[in-house]
Design a protein around this ligand. Structure first.
Ligand code: FES
Length: 339
């Protein structure tokens, strides 16, 4: 005998699926035609993150989990590793529309543009042969040209340029992508892409929006702000805190100030965590640029960057009484060849 799983989405839509004994929630949803956000299906990417709000479920035995301790304590689980042991209710921090699209595409693409944005950050534009249909905040996987190595990058361009997608890439000179970009990259190079992936998308919240970006974590946040600005109705108060470790790594500051011109209620803080003696701006990591008053009880928080930044943001939000389902995180893990 199996179980029923009630899936609650951010837009208020609820779907129910049958889960067979020993079947994961993700497999049951996919079998029922619900394309839940996922990628690795093995517990390592956190794309399938959800919150168990009722019922009992175990994890697939012996499987590692990409979740942080604070996320598990807040009830978060990975749908690809979740084995219901009874009827369950699970909440997803994205709208049901995301589940209605096609599964991720894998197609040929070409390198359409290469531009250095700062000392160690490049903008890489690619033109996929097929329309990926990504939402602002999602990411794709890119095969480094001439190699069998794939890397994941958030999409930094908006839906108004669906055929040319920009990625913001941190350069590690010894890494596979860094070596390619620094030594042999040419516009027109052939590559493959797969996507879109991820559920780091705008939520349905009328309260203030707080965006926290560490380094290249700013990439997906710019198109999310653009989407927020284009939504019908009054644009909510919006705060962006962006920091890099050194000032020469900062990038897209012109893009941020352009958005300040467009949005009267956009508050931007830019900082550097290891400033030089000549730096005259704010000092600190992105989270430290925000005073507690920025986190109002009705706000929604988006954080994109290294695991430590996400963990610290969750801890601070929890202390300030912001519920876990109003904290959206996209975690950037270092690639194996950058260690
Ligand atoms: S799909 Fe990657 S952790 Fe579940």
């Amino acid at each position: 005998m199996g179980f029923r799983a009630a899936l609650h989405f951010d837009d208020g839509v609820q779907r129910e699926v049958d889960v067979a004994p020993g079947q994961t929630l993700l497999d049951a949803a996919l079998a029922a035609g619900l394309n839940l956000a996922h990628q690795c299906r093995s517990g390592s990417c956190a794309s399938c993150i959800c919150t168990l709000i009722a019922g009992e479920a175990h994890n697939v035995p012996g499987r590692a989990s990409a979740l942080l301790r604070s996320e598990i304590d807040a009830g978060m689980r990975l749908a690809c590793s979740l084995l219901p042991q009874a009827d369950v209710s699970v909440r997803f921090a994205y709208g049901s529309r995301l589940t209605e699209g096609e599964a991720a595409l894998n197609c040929d693409a070409v390198m359409a543009g290469l531009r250095q944005l700062s000392s160690d950050v490049w903008e890489v534009s690619i033109q996929p042969e097929e329309h990926l249909g990504a939402l602002p905040g999602q990411y794709l996987r890119l095969q480094v040209p001439g190699t069998q190595t794939w890397r994941s990058y958030s999409i930094a361009s908006g839906p108004d340029s669906p055929d040319r997608l920009s990625l913001v890439v941190k350069i590690h000179p010894q890494g596979v992508m860094g070596t390619y970009l620094l030594e042999r990259a040419r516009e027109g190079d052939a590559c493959r892409v797969e996507g879109p992936f991820g559920a780091f998308t705008l939520g349905n919240c009328k309260g203030p929006h707080v965006f926290i970006a560490g380094g290249t974590g700013l990439g997906p946040i710019l198109p999310m702000i653009d989407q927020l600005r284009e939504r019908p109705g009054r644009t909510p108060h919006t705060v962006v805190a962006f920091a890099c470790s050194r000032e020469e790594s900062l990038f897209n500051l012109d893009e941020l100030s352009l958005r300040q011109d467009w949005m009267a209620r956009l508050d931007v803080r830019v900082g550097v965590s290891r400033p030089s003696p000549t730096w005259q701006g704010l000092a600190g990591n992105p989270l430290s640029l925000l005073e507690d008053a920025a986190f109002t009880p009705d706000c929604i928080v988006y954080v994109c960057g290294a695991p430590g930044l996400i963990e610290a943001t969750r801890e601070r939000c929890t202390t300030l009484g912001i519920p876990p389902d109003r904290i959206r995180a996209e975690q950037y893990l270092p690639a194996p060849d950058t260690d």
